[in-house]
Design a binder for this molecule. Structure first.
Ligand SMILES: Cc1cc2nc3c(=O)[nH]c(=O)nc-3n(C[C@H](O)[C@H](O)[C@H](O)COP(=O)(O)O)c2cc1C
Length: 337
């Protein structure tokens, strides 16, 4: 039973859908832009790209925003599964509306798998962690679980465990970070999405990490840079050999990005459920030249979509989210009419 104006679904089924949408909003997104809108209609959920929230400088073609929406799709799928609902996903169902990224159709009567429950249970506790990790290596069983998570969603996960690949990646990261840091448009955009905790989007200072020493292997994005003077920002020692993982897809279309987003989130939730912390190393993927070089480093066949730093550490800090009222569209708006 649907209210035709708001698209709200009534009853226990509606509550399960609302719960799933709340899980969708917990997905990661570049600069915490939360570039998704949802619409519900009976048992269907539309996931729509909010183009007004695409980062014009950092993500001009919206690839990362689509990844974020793909991550939200996986959260919704898992939350529905935990609620005992089946879910069929149609990616880019309407050629006339490329901003309509996916339509999910919920159905009754599917007991959740143990894996669905395990991953759905950590949606709330997964946080990007920009702090130093311990030096402890990630055991091979956990590495296998991460690569399996990516392949379950049709993506690849390259683990840069050999020193030469790691060093080349670190050099690309430093180059891309340098390009972005010296681009006033990039730093202005970053500062516009960094804050002291007063907003429900953007990255609060509390979620930033300390500055790494200049000789640190991996350059992390500095979300506190706009404010300076923070006592926690004294240079700190980061782990020397974190596990770096690069998510890849066979193609580089919008459809691939929706798939990559779901794979990214399955990898992140698998990491969280395995006791790992993760942060993103997106800089080399955001600068076209270093993205092309990273692709070559990985053998040239597949396209890098996201890079992660994984390791053991204290739990990360939550970031805010907008409420469902802010992200729910009426049905007609979702279909652009
Ligand atoms: C595609 C993508 C790229 C990202 N790139 C970076 C990055 O380069 N550096 C960083 O510190 N965080 C990055 N993030 C993490 C976001 O800032 C983070 O997801 C957001 O602030 C919400 O916080 P949460 O992940 O803790 O929920 C990225 C996230 C996504 C989805």
């Amino acid at each position: 039973m649907t209210d035709t104006e708001t698209g709200t679904v009534a009853g226990a089924f509606g509550e399960a859908v609302a719960e799933a949408l709340r899980a969708g909003t917990r997905a990661p997104s570049p600069h915490n832009t939360q570039p998704w809108l949802f619409a519900t209609r009976d048992a269907e959920i539309d996931v729509v790209l909010d183009e007004s929230r695409v980062l014009a400088v950092c993500d001009p073609d919206g690839r990362e925003a689509v990844l974020a929406c793909g991550a939200a799709v996986l959260n919704i799928r898992l939350a529905l599964a935990r609620g005992g609902l089946s879910c069929a996903v149609s990616v880019l169902p309407d050629r006339r509306h490329p901003e309509l990224l996916a339509t999910l159709r919920a159905g009754v009567g599917r007991p959740p798998s143990a894996d669905d429950v395990r991953l759905a249970d950590v949606i709330e506790t997964r946080h990007t962690n920009r702090r130093p990790f311990a030096e402890s290596p990630v055991p091979s069983a956990v590495r296998h679980a991460l690569t399996r998570a990516a392949s379950e969603e049709g993506a690849g996960l390259a683990l840069l465990t050999d020193p030469a690949s790691f060093d080349t990646f670190a050099a690309l990261l430093r180059r891309a970070e340098h390009v972005q840091r010296h681009d006033p448009a990039f730093t202005t955009e970053l500062a516009a999405w960094s804050h002291h905790g007063e907003r429900r989007d953007g990255v609060p200072l509390s979620a930033g990490g300390p500055r790494g020493k200049d000789e640190a292997a991996l350059a992390l994005r500095d979300f506190g840079g706009a404010f300076g003077g923070d006592t926690d920002k004294a240079a700190r020692e980061f782990e020397r050999q974190p596990l770096v993982a690069v998510l890849t897809t066979p193609g580089d279309t919008r459809r691939d990005a929706v798939r990559a987003g779901q794979a990214l989130q399955r990898v992140l939730l698998t990491a969280t459920a395995s006791g790992l912390q993760a942060s993103f190393l997106a800089q080399p993927l955001e600068v076209p030249r270093t993205r092309a070089e990273l692709r070559t480093l990985l053998g040239g066949a597949h396209h890098p979509q996201a890079a992660l730093r994984l390791g053991y550490g204290h739990p990360g800090t939550p970031t805010p989210r907008r409420g469902l009222d802010d992200v729910l569209l009426g049905v007609r708006e979702a279909r652009g009419s």
